[in-house]
Design a protein around this ligand. Sequence first.
Ligand code: PMP
Length: 381
Amino acid sequence: MKDYNNILEKLKASGNLRSLPDVVHRGKWIEKEGQTMLNLSSNDYLGLSSRQDLRNEFIGQLQENDLPLSSSSSRLLTGNFPVYSELEELMAGRFGREAALLFNSGYHANTGILPALTDKQSLILADKLVHASIIDGILLSGTPYQRYRHNDNGHLEQLLAKYAHEYEQVFIVTESIFSMDGDVADLRRLVSLKKSYPNTWLYVDEAHAIGVRGKNGLGIAEEQDCIRDIDLLVGTFGKALGSMGAYLLCSRTVREYLVNTMRPLIFSTALPPAQIAWTKFLFEKLPGFTDERLRLSVTSHLLSEALKGKGGEISASHIIPFIIGENEDCIRTSLCLQRKGFYCLPVRPPTVPKGTARIRFSLTADITEEEIKELIMNIGK
Ligand code: PMP
């Protein structure tokens, strides 16, 4: 039998042991071990999940509509409440796409869609830095795959030229804003590449961009004006949309095919209807959160510029990595900032490549310029 205790001890000795932190949330503040800190590691990018005004308005509506707190079943059995299709229709309309399909989480979406759509006659070409959930989906699918160098469309083009003709279909898979580096994919370029290979699909995960980017908050695909050209447009509700769950925008045929074949959709209890109603409530208001999007872009730019002066690279989004290198140095810097009232977490291998341990700042719209300036002063010390 494996000695798991021994393995845990070794993880601890190498500074890689993880634990579940005991934290209390108060809006943009987080309390840990009696200390109150500014939360600089949140995914609640628009600051919506804790907004009392929105909550009060929603709870009023919820009481009128009497929505259950459990669906008690998969949507394919008895769990298909009308609110699911209401949100799907709303989303398909907003994005100008034929169909939308909801999932319990981004993890479910990314581990379910590719295994359902691909087979041994397919090839998956995925960016080297795609999220673990996409990698798990690729591995679960058992489909042949190759990784192209991060955001290197030239490399992707070489792989397409070399392999596309050998397969019935090819899936290009990327994120729009990358979760650990905060950089942005050139979706328009990917669309034009896809168009030059007729047997190719484009799969884009907008987990970190939905809500935050684009005039109406519909993500980088909206910002780069290519929503209709992305065959499989995925996003989550657990970040800027202040809720839980995920979506896919696609054709009617793909939607129907997934309803028939996608295992995490078929074999899991659907999200509570009340949760979906909260998502719908926020999604309806999404175009109106322009001030939040503007504030977030101003503070992101401020922090990013300051870190550039300290050896970092300029980030094109609200996810701003401060790459430190070695695990121990990174942990030390993060603990030092925490003691000064800034809750920021170290991200270490295997989540990021070896030697690139970093503090991943992810900003939210309720953080002020003054707070960022104070953070910058404290990083310098
Ligand atoms: N895709 C990306 C790019 C992510 O970063 C994450 C989670 N951090 C997910 C998918 C998973 O989404 P969820 O948390 O809704 O499972």
